[in-house]
Design a protein around this ligand. Structure first.
Ligand code: CO8
Length: 265
């Protein structure tokens, strides 16, 4: 499948189950206009609809990337602040849709990752960055704060001092520093970036999809629940996974000393 929405390109590779969404406003460094935010949601819905109903789980992972050479995303579209829904917190946002999406979403970050762009990356399950990427919350320079959970998430990941430094200074930090602080999972050399990301996502897409879905739910639960509640939730997920064909396949493959072939059943 290859679809072109107004500001997002959508691809699905049936061979490996990997979907790709490309934010496609390179002249504006992929700034999040209302159209782009809507198209990210529409693109994810399209991927989900196109792949459902097949035998097992066809969509195994989604890569979210930015078009052009300079940016993953430079944040909210500054020109569109006053007349659109950038501050509307009532609607289900693209951040919510990414967080709740059944397949893991990997932010492939090559260049600027700022403001709402960093918050978009933080809504993803993984952040993989090229070494020349830069990160920051420049909102303070506009007299606002990162309104889509940026301070909350960075505080949980890296502690309040790092979150306050980013959000109060508006300074950019390097990919290396973002890696040290745990804000990104991996930082790769620029000339190896595409191939390293491909390898990471291909591995992810080959894992048992129902287990992956449960692990996503479990980790997200841990962010906002108490330990007892989280442990009970994990026990119920575990009992469900024990009943799946994927579990039987994983155990059989181990016993037979071969690679498992998971179908998401
Ligand atoms: N919005 C709109 N256009 C942008 C944005 C943006 N955020 N960032 C860059 N552009 C445009 C520029 O205007 C320029 O357009 P043109 O060529 O027509 O003049 C083009 O992209 C290229 O940009 P530059 O020439 O500035 O490129 P540089 O390499 O010199 O600089 C920077 C790159 C450092 C990224 C610089 O463009 C910059 O500082 N951009 C603004 C970044 C910013 O402040 N982002 C935060 C916005 S606020 C936000 O994200 C809040 C989210 C809250 C969500 C709340 C939900 C409830």
């Amino acid at each position: 499948m290859d679809e072109s929405l107004e500001t997002v390109l959508v691809e699905f590779d049936e061979d490996n189950g990997i979907g790709t969404l490309t934010m496609n406003r390179p002249d504006a460094l992929n700034a999040l206009s209302a159209q782009l935010r809507d198209d990210i949601v529409a693109g994810l819905e399209l991927l989900e609809a196109e792949t459902e109903g097949a035998d097992g789980v066809a969509l195994r992972a989604v890569v979210l990337e930015g078009a052009g050479e300079k940016a993953f995303c430079a944040g909210a579209d500054i020109g569109g602040f006053s007349d659109e829904s950038a501050g509307d917190t009532s609607a289900r946002s693209h951040y919510d849709v990414i967080r709740d999406f059944p397949a893991p979403v990997v932010a492939k970050i090559d260049g600027y990752c700022l403001g709402g762009g960093l918050e978009t990356a933080l809504a993803c399950d993984f952040r993989l960055a090229s070494e020349s990427s830069t990160f920051g919350f420049p909102e303070v320079n506009l007299g606002i704060l990162p309104g889509a959970g940026g301070v909350q998430y960075v505080t949980k990941i890296a502690g309040p001092a790092v979150a306050k430094e980013l959000a109060m200074t508006g300074d950019h930090i390097s990919a290396a520093r973002a890696g040290e602080e745990g804000i990104v999972n991996h930082v790769y050399a620029d000339d190896e970036f595409d191939e390293e990301v491909d390898a990471f996502v291909t591995d992810l897409a080959g894992q048992a999809p129902l287990a992956i879905q449960s692990i996503k739910k479990s980790a997200d639960m841990a962010v906002h629940s108490g330990l007892e509640e989280g442990l009970a939730y994990d026990r119920s997920l575990f009992q469900e996974l024990l009943k799946t064909e994927d579990h039987a396949e994983g155990a059989a493959a181990f016993a037979e000393d071969r690679e498992p072939e998971f179908e998401g059943k």
